[in-house]
Design a protein around this ligand. Structure first.
Ligand code: AR6
Length: 183
């Protein structure tokens, strides 16, 4: 397979969906967490509420996660088997390594998923809420990072990006179409 068609095939393993990530029926859902793993609002709050206290108890034991990294816990009452807590960067204008950190937390999440035998993984739009990353800039980085990781991780069959917000869904759809067109 030529490199270009290989990338096009990888794009087919990415899906975008509108909905609540806590309702995903996948092996692992990714949480948009913070360094202290102490919970918060947004996706984090929704996951902790829907999954129950077991998730936070495990997070407390782990204690910390660096920006651009990810850690894994069980998923409590959720349908998923695991929650992968990824810490994206706070947007500071783009000159503080945000791009690399955003890409890296996606790649690390998928590597962790693979290490735990996951075949299907759902991501939220990490950093685009409380952390203020402009969605138009975050979308191509998050998607390209997932595509890059999937080329190395053939056992991961499907990566879904799930949006609670229709406008955000549209932004990621356009970015994915651009990446597909350039593949
Ligand atoms: N399902 C899917 N997407 C959602 C959901 C949901 N249930 N709820 C919100 N979103 P955020 P961040 C979208 O703030 O920017 C937390 O307090 C939302 O529309 O959850 O990485 C953590 O503890 C937004 O576009 O994550 C950290 O302190 C996107 O999810 C901090 O926020 C991400 O928003 C992390 O900030």
């Amino acid at each position: 397979m030529q490199p270009d068609s290989a990338q096009a095939a990888v794009c087919e393993r990415i899906e975008l969906a509108l909905g609540d990530i806590t309702r995903e029926h996948v092996d692992a859902i990714v949480n948009a967490a913070n360094n202290s793993l102490r919970g918060g609002g947004g996706v984090d709050g929704a996951i902790q509420r829907a999954g129950g206290p077991e998730i936070m108890a495990e997070c407390r034991k782990i204690g910390h996660c660096a920006t651009g990294e990810a850690v894994i816990t069980g998923a409590g009452r959720l349908s998923a088997r695991f929650v992968i807590h990824a810490v994206g960067p706070v947007w500071q204008g783009g000159g503080a390594g945000e791009e690399l950190l955003l890409a890296s937390c996606h790649e690390r999440s998928l590597e962790l998923a693979r290490e735990h035998g996951c075949r299907t993984v759902s991501f939220p739009a990490i950093s685009t809420g409380a952390y203020g990353y402009p969605p138009q800039l975050a979308a191509p980085i998050a998607l390209a990072a997932a595509i890059e990781a999937l080329t190395r991780l053939p056992l991961i069959e499907k990566v879904r990006f799930v949006f609670i917000d229709e406008e955000l869904h549209g932004v990621y759809e356009k970015a994915l179409a651009r990446l597909k067109a350039s593949a």
